[in-house]
Design a protein around this ligand. Structure first.
Ligand code: 1GP
Length: 252
């Protein structure tokens, strides 16, 4: 079964998912083993691997390390075509629709397409929306784009609608790695109200409460990176929030 089918089926049945983002540059060996061991007790749905700026050739090693501990699917979250690694399961094929830089809307995709065709990776066509979080993020700087204003849910909604009409299959609302302000529930709800696609939300989700608010507002999947890196005890909290959410949907 393709990951896209799983995400769509979850969306239809109201089941929520959690993805843990690992940055190949940052994750340290012992922390990784500790995290992978804990996911046996507190399962997650996906690992995401990547970052907007990667400074070493560590994608392959990281993916191999994850695979040696778990069968959880691995999705690449690339910053550019240098981050393509065929040993993952899938790749978020991100079009940065919040920005107006043609390189990140279509340019890098043209460069990546022939390699992706040969890679065997499942392609997940994703509308990527960067949302302002109060400080400039690496991805905003690297992509040379302005994020969506934090307090303009209507702009996000229109952007998501256009992305869905263009045929994108997933929407990713991202406040950026380590964001001080996560994407607001109001913005998530505004996007939820106008698109049918699975919605991924990430950036600055560093507590069970923020995770709960994002899921309640309509996110189908949350992505957490820094929060878990800084506090491994967040994993049990997040896993519990998602599980309780899903159990309440089954009961209803
Ligand atoms: C960033 O959405 C991801 O692109 C995750 O962000 O590291 O802040 O959890 P955090």
């Amino acid at each position: 079964q393709s990951l896209l089918t799983i995400l769509r089926t979850n969306r239809l049945s109201g089941q929520k998912a959690i993805g843990v983002l690992l940055d190949p540059d940052k994750i340290e060996q012992n922390a990784l083993i500790n995290l992978l061991t804990r996911t046996a007790e507190y399962p997650i749905d996906f690992f995401l691997v990547g970052g907007s700026l990667v400074t070493d050739y560590l994608h392959k090693e990281l993916i191999a390390a994850i695979r040696s501990h778990t069968s959880t699917p691995i999705i690449l979250f690339p910053g550019n075509p240098l981050h393509i690694e065929p040993s993952a399961d899938a790749i978020l094929f991100l079009s940065l629709i919040s920005g107006r830089n043609p390189e990140f809307l279509i340019g890098q995709h043209v460069i990546a397409a022939p390699l992706l065709k040969k890679s065997g990776l499942e392609i997940l066509p994703t509308g990527y929306m960067l949302v302002d979080s109060g400080a400039q993020t690496t991805v905003s700087y690297i992509s040379g784009t302005m994020p969506l204003p934090h307090d303009k849910p209507a702009v996000a909604a229109c952007t998501a609608m256009a992305g869905e009409m263009l045929g994108l299959q997933l929407m990713y609302l991202d406040a950026g790695s380590g964001a001080r302000k996560a994407v607001s529930p109001e913005m998530i709800a505004a996007v939820r109200a106008v698109v049918d696609l699975p919605i991924i939300v990430g950036g600055g989700i560093n507590s069970g409460e923020k995770a709960y608010q994002a899921l309640k507002a309509g996110a189908d999947m949350i992505v957490v990176g820094n929060g878990i890196e800084q506090d491994p005890d967040l994993l049990p909290q997040l896993s519990t929030v998602v599980r309780e959410f899903n159990q309440s949907v089954v009961r209803a």
